[in-house]
Structure formats: C-alpha cells, structure tokens
Ligand binder design. Structure first.
Ligand SMILES: C[S@@+](CC[C@H](N)C(=O)[O-])C[C@H]1O[C@@H](n2cnc3c(N)ncnc32)[C@H](O)[C@@H]1O
Length: 305
C-alpha cells in the first residue's frame, strides 16, 4: 500500500471535525497509523505489537527475557491476568491497534466474547481480516462509542497517549481522562478490572513537555503525568497494581529500530527516503526520551469502585 504524504493524510475525509475529539482526531490518528500494514510489519514486526513489551522485573529492573516475541506475549499475558480474562468472560480492548492482544487472547482461549475499538480505518480492516471468533471491532473513538453492554474486563494499551491534546492545562487533562475512566466504569461489570499501559512524563516541567512532545510523529497527542491519571481515576477506580519501567521501552524500541535499519531498502521502496529518515529520527528521539528518564512506561491495574 502506498504511504500517504503528510498532506494527503490531513486531507482524508473525516465525518467528525477535529473539535469532536478531546484528544487526537481521526485525521490525526490516520496520519500516524494509516500508512499501510506492510510498512509497519517491516519494522515493528509481523505481529504488529505497537506498545512496550515486558522484558524486566519492574521491582529490580532485572531482565527476565531477551526474546522480543516472548516479551510481547508476556505483556499480553500480564494484562489478561490483570483483568482476570478466562474462557467464558468478555473483554473490551480500547485502542486495539492491529488486534495483537485480541489475537493472543483468542489463541489462548481467554475470552468468550471480545470487542476492540480503534480510530484507524486500516487497523479496523486488518483486525476484521484476522477473523477472530466472537470478536467485533469498531472504528470509533471511546468518546463516541456505545457498546450497549458491559464487559468483565477492559484493556487500554498505548492509547491514553492520544486522549489529550498538547496545550491542555492539568485541569483539562484530568477532566478528559476522567471521562475515559467514567466510561470504563460504566462499561465494566461490578468488581471488574481495567488494565492500562501508557507512556507518561517523568519529572519534566509542563514547559519542557510542550517543547519536546513529538507532534510531528503523533499530531494532537500529549502524554499524561501519572498524577493526572491517579486523580482522574480516583472517583471510579481503586488502584490495584502499579509498575513502571524505562527498560521495557528502551529494549522494545531497540528491536523496532534495528528492524527499521535492517529492512531499510524495502522500507525506502514503500515510503521513500525522506519518510524513512523521519522514522529513523523518531526511533532515536523516543529512545533518548526513555534513556534520559524524561518518559517512562507505566502500567496501572484499576479495580472498579
Ligand atoms: C500505539 S497504538 C497501540 C495499539 C495496541 N493496543 C498495541 O498494544 O499494539 C494506539 C491505538 O490507540 C488507538 N486510539 C487512539 N485514540 C483513540 C480513541 N480516542 N479511541 C479509541 N482508540 C484510539 C489508535 O487507533 C491505536 O489503535
């Protein structure tokens, strides 16, 4: 599939206007994610996991596994364990990407019914093409989604990063995240759990965050501070488990970056030199963010109040 230029992506028709989204709009998501599955497979891997794998023991930072696929599966298993996903139970994956965790869960027999939502048309089509049993996927923002039912567990892996726009005040961000938590509360069965994984700012002032947020890579998107997440969740959820790691993302990015470089020729054929160089720089920038400890990977398991 042809890579969209930045302008073509912007011109993509969108039935909702940017203002209909508190966070990144459908156009903004399309700009980053709708650039052809083959392009993504060449650098993030055939499985299309696009969030940090679970390599280390978060308490000691000891590397428990070196293999990328094993670490990604460990990440999926962690989140499914966190929400008590077993056969006979239902789950909702908010920001399901290319359906990687849904696919893992289906293969492991860890749900009876599942739903996934993404704002990317290409991801939605791709997940449908996987033909996972008893799984429905919708191209819809959680902001406008109405599942018409409840679930035993909810996952959100790597999507909260898109739920608030740069330039929002702390209060605006908390209000926005609170809407997300209130919806999860409404959609969860009593006692159900929400497992949330996201990159968050670490010890970075708001002024600096404004300067270093990579809006050219992820338009209309800003990271949360952990304190914003805790405060937003408070009325609806009690914190059941929390862990953080820089190493999990540093190692994940190193894997993607190596693949990007080793598949350079094929990638350049698909997207051209300029976009290749842009993605190479993107990998270096985010890796530096984690290595300098300005960003961290946070995992929160919340139990419904
Ligand atoms: C970094 S990807 C993570 C994908 C997947 N969870 C994984 O672990 O590979 C972020 C995902 O969040 C989705 N997303 C962003 N904003 C969203 C919104 N408002 N509602 C639903 N999904 C959203 C994107 O479409 C994309 O699928």
């Amino acid at each position: 599939m042809k890579m969209l230029t930045r302008n073509e992506a912007k011109e993509l028709l969108n039935e909702r206007t940017q203002e209909d989204y508190a966070g990144a709009s459908k156009d903004a998501i399309s700009h980053h994610y709708d650039n052809g599955i083959q392009f993504y497979k060449l650098w993030i891997g055939e499985d299309l996991y696009y969030t940090a794998a679970k390599y280390v023991d978060p308490l000691t930072d000891t590397v428990l596994r070196e293999d990328y696929a094993e670490a990604q599966n460990a990440k999926s298993k962690f989140h499914l364990d966190a929400i008590g996903a077993t056969s006979g139970r239902s789950l909702l994956d908010i920001g399901c990407g290319w359906g990687t965790t849904l696919k893992y869960a289906a293969g492991a027999g860890r749900f009876s019914e599942a739903m996934g939502i993404t704002l990317s048309e290409q991801q939605g089509e791709y997940v449908k093409s996987l033909g996972l049993a008893n799984t429905n996927v919708f191209v819809e923002s959680y902001e406008h989604f109405n599942p018409g039912r409840t679930f035993d567990g909810i996952l959100t892996l790597g999507a909260l990063e898109h739920f608030a726009k740069p330039g929002m005040s702390r209060e605006e961000k908390i209000a926005t995240y609170r809407t997300y938590f209130s919806k999860c509360h409404e959609w969860l069965e009593k006692g159900g759990c929400l497992s949330l994984q996201c990159s968050t700012w670490n010890g970075v002032s708001r002024e600096m965050a404004k300067r270093i947020v990579p809006s050219d890579v992820f338009p209309e998107s800003d990271l949360a501070y952990e304190s914003e997440v805790f405060e937003a969740a408070e009325p609806y959820f009690e914190l059941h488990h929390y862990e953080r790691s820089m190493t999990d993302y540093i190692k994940t990015i190193a894997y993607w970056h190596e693949r990007l470089k080793s598949n350079r020729d094929e990638i350049v054929k698909l997207i051209g030199e300029e976009e290749y160089a842009f993605h190479e720089r993107y990998m270096r920038r985010v890796s530096a963010g984690f290595k300098r400890r300005r960003i961290q990977l946070s995992r929160f398991v919340f139990r419904r109040r």
